[in-house]
Design a protein around this ligand. Structure first.
Ligand SMILES: [Zn+2]
Length: 376
């Protein structure tokens, strides 16, 4: 019996996803349960300052308990959503708190029982700003630090998924403090997964009627921006095209990539980006796998695309790349096995071939997918 795993390899395993937390997104509406979860002895809080997570001295994520944050946040779910919207005060502090979900198979803690679910609740909390000065003072002696990083590939796979989920939701909340339709202050609801534009401030109706309060609107929900990560394959399936960006280190190559535009399928975007960046003409596109990318909320979609006969000429219609080059599949295999690391690190000692991204990155995975299918 044929299986997808036999044909395409082990999937569902992208870095930044597939962690220990089950979101149970329908619980976001049940503030009585969220109140119980957020104050439970097993609850774990991951705090962020300027989108940098609190980390232990050995670089792991530092999770705090409710007691550590209680003075700073109170009981954010004590009142239900309807009451919070009705009593909204734009001048008051509203904690940016995200209910991430439950670890349904915790190893040690006594789990919280929430309706028919039992598990350890996880929350993400934004502690940026003056309101949290006392809190930050109280954790100073722990040695935990908010360490700034641009792209973080150092976390364990399970922690990378929690970090990615938390960071993207906090970032989205921080960009949506004001209504995109009327400019009024918004209130974060649904356990941090929706912002609403309240109709009144301290009971005084807002002057301007806001279009987000009538009809169906989804601009108030977190979004994710699709980007295709492309491995163009030659018509004879013997070579892969890799590109090098203008500010990349010498000899560092990766897949092509670009944002999917409105009105494009992923396949159309794959063909367009490959053509615009290099001039190659792709016919058949096959999607490989996907990966959330928390900077700030991108969805990477790995795609391979085979060139039409004679479509391999590199002409650079746009001038975004420094260089694009066809590589034999054997060369790519050697590079993935021996020369793969992040571009901001020095080359691997003793390796002189083309450098490529490490296994945590989609480009590495889609190239492995190409080899699996065509490099026999
Ligand atoms: Zn509004």
């Amino acid at each position: 019996m044929a299986s997808l795993t036999e044909i395409f390899g082990q999937g569902n395993n992208a870095y930044f996803s597939n962690g220990p937390i089950t979101r149970l997104s329908f619980l976001r509406l049940q503030y009585d349960l969220l109140d119980k979860a957020s104050t439970h002895a097993s609850a774990k809080y991951l705090t962020f300052e300027e989108l940098n997570p609190l980390r232990t001295t050995d670089g792991n994520l530092a999770f705090l308990g409710y007691n550590d944050v209680a003075d700073a946040i109170g009981r954010p779910y004590e009142k239900n959503e309807k009451a919070q919207i009705a009593e909204f005060d734009p001048a008051a502090h509203h904690p940016t708190l995200i209910f991430l979900g439950l670890d349904l198979q915790p190893s040690d803690d006594t789990p919280a029982v929430l309706g028919s679910y039992s598990g350890v609740p996880y929350f993400a909390l934004d502690v940026t700003g003056g309101h949290y000065t006392t809190f930050k003072g109280s954790i100073a002696s722990s040695g935990h630090k908010f360490s700034p990083t641009r792209v973080d590939l150092t976390l364990s796979h399970p922690e990378s998924a929690i970090y990615s989920h938390a960071r993207s939701f906090l970032d989205w909340n921080s960009r949506n403090r004001f209504c995109s339709s009327c400019g009024g202050r918004t209130l974060s609801t649904h356990g941090g997964a929706k912002v609403v534009c309240p109709p009144a401030d301290q009971g005084v109706p807002r002057q301007r009627a806001c279009s987000t309060r009538v009809g169906l609107h989804n601009q108030a929900f977190p979004r994710t921006d699709p980007t295709v990560v492309i491995a163009p394959i030659s018509a004879d399936a013997k070579r892969v095209l890799l590109g090098r960006g203008k500010r990349w280190p010498e000899n560092y190559f990766s897949c092509l990539s670009g944002f999917v535009e409105p009105g494009e399928s992923l396949e159309t975007a794959t063909r367009r980006e490959a053509y615009e960046e290099t001039g190659v003409r792709i016919d058949r596109v096959q999607l490989h796998s996907s990966q959330p990318w928390p900077y700030p909320s991108t969805m990477l979609i790995g795609a391979m695309g085979q060139c039409v006969e004679g479509g391999e000429d590199i002409t650079y219609p746009e001038t975004e790349l420094e260089e694009a080059r066809w590589f034999e599949l054997g060369e790519v295999e050697h590079a993935l096995n021996n020369g793969a690391n992040a571009m901001w690190h020095p080359p691997i000692k003793g390796y002189v071939g083309p450098r490529v991204p490490p296994a945590q990155l989609m480009a590495h995975q889609v190239l492995k997918g190409v080899l699996r299918l065509f490099h026999k």
